[in-house]
Ligand binder design. Structure first.
Ligand SMILES: *Cc1c(COP(=O)(O)O)cnc(C)c1O
Length: 367
């Protein structure tokens, strides 16, 4: 069986380093907000080329705190892609603000050309998602945001290390938000996340918001959360960060084989935006007969996934937003056609070959 992702194989690439880092953290006698977190925050900020990194306990929390730190709340609107993972949208609704969905482009990212039509006097921010590991058209989005006086919150949960016109994703907007969920390009061995920014005042606010709204112990300036990255994850993430580029390159190489060797006319392969480096957190193809292709892959002992089967506007949890089927037809089409192939650092070449052969042998319908 070819697994969609095998985290043990990824772990085994650097097992000795992970185990050394874990022991260091465990034997330190200090488990929350200590030297490991400080070290990781410094290293991640350096890697990204920004002034501040704030470690938190998940990607969702990073997004929620970003929206909150910008004082976006009830009555405010935030522009989000209609085809994203639910967390991007939850960050808006968790703060009582309203998500305004905008359709994706052919690269599966927020279509910059459709943003301006969605802007109203209530709009406070644009929240682009570098979906699947491919950068959004940030040049255009930042230009629109500047012209309308809007914040830009980048959802970087899938794009660690991806660049657009030579610049790191996460550094274009007001704040960049990262998830270190284990399967992400930079993954912890548990939950955690981070925010990056060059804005000093914003960083100081975020350092407090993640820790009960407190900068000095037992002095609370604002109501915050407990959203701290623990020392163990911070230690493990330092190892992960030192190998992030290697992991990205490993997936890029697999993606290149898929792009060169998959030649089935029933399948639409991903296209890379000019000026972008795609780090292929997800290798997303499209097929009109997607469910049959997925069944065909399974018959060939290959597991695949769908990112994502139900767009946020059609989720039960968002019925109150009042959207219906047909409101965002591009996103809805992607949801019925998208299929993700296995791709991860440590995936054996033979398995890549097997995946290619299975896709190419698909006849357009399940036999
Ligand atoms: C994973 C993910 C998140 C949330 O990250 P968690 O660490 O799981 O909370 C947010 N946005 C996108 C696009 C994601 O893929």
């Amino acid at each position: 069986m070819v697994d969609f992702i095998d985290l043990k194989r990824q772990y085994d690439l650097y097992a000795a380093e992970y185990e050394k880092a874990a022991l260091r953290a465990m034997r330190s006698g200090w488990y929350i907000m200590g030297n490991e977190l400080k070290a990781f925050e410094k290293q991640f900020a350096e890697y990204m080329g920004v002034d501040y990194c704030i470690g938190v306990n998940s990607g969702l929390d990073a997004l929620i705190l970003a929206v909150r730190a910008l004082d976006i709340g009830p009555g405010d609107e935030v522009i989000v892609p209609a085809n994203t993972y639910i967390a991007s949208v939850l960050s808006v609704t968790e703060n009582g603000a309203t998500p305004i969905f905008v359709e994706p482009d052919e690269f599966y990212c927020l279509d910059a050309d459709k943003i301006e039509k969605a802007i109203t006097e209530r709009t406070k921010a644009i929240l682009p998602v570098h979906l699947y590991g491919q950068p959004v058209n940030m040049e255009k989005i930042c230009e629109i945001a500047d012209r309308h006086g809007l914040y830009v919150i980048e959802d970087c949960a899938q794009c660690h290390g991806a660049k657009y016109n030579g610049q790191m994703t996460g550094t274009f907007g007001t704040i960049g938000c990262f998830s270190f969920y284990p399967t992400k390009p930079l993954g912890a061995l548990g939950d955690s996340g981070a925010l990056i920014t060059n804005d000093k005042a914003l960083a100081e606010k975020l350092f407090k918001l993640r820790n009960y709204g407190s900068g000095v112990k037992y002095v609370n300036e604002m109501t915050g959360k407990n959203s701290r990255m623990d020392e163990l994850q911070a230690a493990l993430l330092q190892v992960g960060l030192s190998h992030l580029d290697e992991g990205n390159n490993a997936r890029i190489q697999i993606a290149e084989r898929y792009l060169n060797e998959i030649n089935n006319p029933n399948v639409t392969l991903p296209v890379v935006r000019e000026g972008a480096t795609h780090v292929y957190h997800v290798f997303a193809l499209r097929c009109e007969n997607r469910d049959a292709l997925q069944a065909h892959m399974m018959k060939n002992d290959i597991k695949t996934l769908i990112h994502y089967p139900i767009p946020p506007h059609m989720q039960q949890c968002y019925t109150e937003l009042g959207h219906k089927k047909g409101d965002f037809s591009i996103s809805e089409t992607y949801a019925v056609q998208e299929l993700s192939l296995p791709i991860y650092a440590g995936m054996p070449d033979e398995e890549v070959t097997q995946v290619i052969a299975a896709v190419n042998s698909f006849q357009g319908e399940d036999i």
